[in-house]
Design a protein around this ligand. Sequence first.
Ligand code: SF4
Ligand code: SF4
Ligand code: FES
Length: 258
Amino acid sequence: MVQFNLPENSKITKGNYFKDTSGSKNIKKVHIYRWNPEKNENPKIDTFEVDLIKCGNKVLDILNKIKNEIDPTLTYRRSCAHGVCGSCAMNVDGVNTLSCMKSHKDINGDINIYPLPHLKVIKDLVADLSTLYRQYESIEPWLKINEKKPKAIEINQSKENRKKLDGLYECIMCACCSTSCPSYWWNGEKYLGPAVLLQAYRWIMDSRDEERKERLKTIADKFKLYRCHTIMNCTSSCPKGLNPAKAISSLKKMLATN
Ligand code: SF4
Ligand code: SF4
Ligand code: FES
């Protein structure tokens, strides 16, 4: 039977309150989703009072400050801190974004931070991206050329053909788009989602690749591609300003006209 209520153990409860001890006049309240798989407890929301006078401008600076100075058990991913690696993607104030790019100065009032939505949670703000990465692998994101071609020869690309990859190669696979897509929420196991489809399009558009037809054939599937209903949440959530919805509609057009 279909279950419409949340299971008891997934209901979010009120967590700990960490009061500021610095006496600062510039305090921001930050509410953060916490869940520890090693404890037999429901997820909870902890609240931290953070002194913004001694804190960088980004949401990631707040998280680092909390981890370094208040609660070292707070768990989240980050690496480059410059919008390049995609690892710090999370939901800040209801919007999927990169915490290292998002300025907390743009947020009025308290800040709410959750993991990327509709994924299993590994711990605190770390969501499980293994399905998405399996899907990424399935589109074979590497250059495919005739095996018999001599390997040592450089493959040239004209400036015009190189330009066709603009707006595609910049994708950092942060998953902000896929996890804001309602179709991906409901069919995430079968629908490839905007991040992976944008990547598929990137390789299909690469003039050096010799498997365009096979690549198109692989994604021409009622679930893998056609679960996109052009809702456009993906494009509005991309922190790199890319347009996965347009890439998906270009794929559909190519299939319809090829
Ligand atoms: S346009 Fe397609 S991929 Fe983007 S949010 Fe909508 S359904 Fe998802
Ligand atoms: S298209 Fe944008 S939001 Fe989606 S994975 Fe790539 S960089 Fe992230
Ligand atoms: S830490 Fe690399 S994109 Fe944010």
